[in-house]
Design a protein around this ligand. Structure first.
Ligand code: 1OR
Ligand code: 1OR
Length: 401
């Protein structure tokens, strides 16, 4: 008669034995009680599969990925200094490192998610760097905490050498990439010629399009310095991001249909806009844009009001700048610097709580070309208003004090 060994028992006992050998406790039974109690508690945590329970707590405190209210530490059980030395073994449901078949996934089906997870174990230091790199990734902004932890678990570190091709246009999409550091040029073949159409400078992400839409790579990405990236496999990306995109499309379909700015886009193109934006929430008086800074995002107000202020050479003593405009639901701002390729012409502040849809410059250029006429007409308007407000005929690039 064969005796069935329960799944996980060997790993559990091995990890416990390693801890005993490492710590050499005087009271083995007491140590075992502590060890397994903490293990049980750590498995209720999002990072329970990772090395250290305490590291996981710190990491969740440091970063606020989701815009929806996150669990507080007290809800999580709070930080416990006694956990400092605790090594939670890798034994739970995340521990198998396997790939899943992405193409079978249908984001619209709310079926129970039973696929095995991809996990690349990381040190606390790696996880901190990863969280920093992912903090501003717009595609990750609307994820819930559990989805975010699954993404972080699945990501893997890559070092890139100058001149390396990270992606080649026309290839199948394997990974999505988040930039930790380094510069990367974007090349697109236009009329048979390879042209540099943009660049990433130590921030941002790329490689989402082939994975989202099952298309060949739309651009070539070449490192112009040595760099570091975090990769995310196609299957995990599709399982989490496509599901989230389906939800976003349901939530935002009516809103984007109502936006005058997007009226030149077909419905399918508007939905692609929804796919790539992230939402950000700002507190009363929080600065959204700072005049004079380099620009890499475009904003549409979903709720609340945004105050635009400008400091100008013509009125140097206006404290904090002159209020020049307000934007409310459905209106946009932050386009001027992207269109004119110049620093921000004005500052933007939240009036009360404000929620914005935010799009990065690459998506702005890729998707909003057909909306450029409307934006350019508005920009011409700014120049006229500038004369009225500041009594000068300087152009907008003179605005920074
Ligand atoms: P991907 O999976 O197709 C190449 O692999 C990646 O380059 C792509 O995802 C985007 O993440 C990124 N057009 C297409 N892809 C771009 C572009 C882009 N910029 C970055 N990527 N355009 C440039 C906009 C500045 C439009 C060019 C006509
Ligand atoms: P940005 O990327 O330069 C600041 O970042 C944003 O403020 C800018 O894009 C516009 O979207 C927005 N002049 C310049 N920028 C303006 C103005 C404006 N109004 C809103 N923004 N004027 C006000 C016109 C009613 C004219 C200046 C006096």
């Amino acid at each position: 008669m064969s005796i069935k060994i329960p799944a996980g028992l060997t790993d559990l006992l091995q990890s416990f034995t390693v801890e005993v050998l490492r710590k050499q406790p005087a009271d083995l039974v007491e140590f075992a009680v502590q060890y397994f109690s903490k293990l049980q508690a750590s498995q209720k945590l999002p990072f329970g599969n990772e090395k250290s329970g305490s590291g996981a707590f710190r990491a969740t405190k440091a970063v606020n990925f989701a815009d929806e209210p996150m669990q507080t530490d007290s809800e999580n059980g709070g930080e416990d200094d006694e956990d400092e030395e605790f090594e939670a073994p890798v034994i739970n449901r995340f521990s198998r490192r396997v790939s899943v078949c992405a193409e079978a996934f249908n984001p619209d089906e709310e079926e129970e998610d039973t696929e095995p997870r991809v996990v690349h174990p990381k040190t606390d230091e790696q996880r901190r760097r990863l969280q920093d790199a992912c903090q501003d990734i717009l595609l990750f902004k609307n994820l819930d905490q559990e989805q975010m932890f699954q993404l972080l678990d699945a990501m893997f570190e890559m070092h890139v050498k100058i001149d390396e091709h990270v992606i080649d246009q026309g290839d199948d999409g394997d990974n999505f990439y988040v930039i930790e550091r380094g510069k990367y040029d974007i090349f697109v073949k236009l009329d048979g010629l390879q042209r540099c159409v943009g660049a990433y400078d130590n921030r941002g992400s790329f490689g989402e399009l082939a994975l989202m839409y099952n298309t060949p790579r739309a651009a070539t990405i070449i490192a112009t310095s040595n760099g570091a990236l975090w990769g995310l496999d196609r299957a995990t990306f599709r399982r989490i991001i496509l599901k989230n995109n389906a939800r976003k499309r349901r939530l935002y379909e009516e809103f984007v249909k109502s936006l005058p700015l997007l009226k030149s886009l077909e419905l399918g193109e508007r939905m692609k806009v929804v796919d790539v934006f992230g939402t950000k929430t700002y507190k009363d008086e929080e600065q959204i844009i700072a005049q004079g800074e380099k620009a890499d995002c475009f904003y549409i107000v979903e709720s609340g009001e945004v105050r635009i202020t400008m400091k100008h050479k013509a009125k140097p003593d206006a404290n904090g700048g002159v209020e020049i405009a307000r934007c409310s639901r459905g209106q946009y701002f932050g386009e001027l610097a992207l269109v004119a390729n110049q620093p921000r012409a004005a500052s933007a502040y939240a009036v009360g709580i404000v929620k914005c849809l935010v799009m990065d410059v690459q998506a702005f250029e890729r998707l909003l070309g057909p909306c450029m006429d409307i934006m350019k007409r508005n920009i011409a308007n700014y120049e006229e208003q500038l004369v009225d407000l500041f009594g000068t005929n300087m152009d907008l690039s003179d605005s920074a004090v």
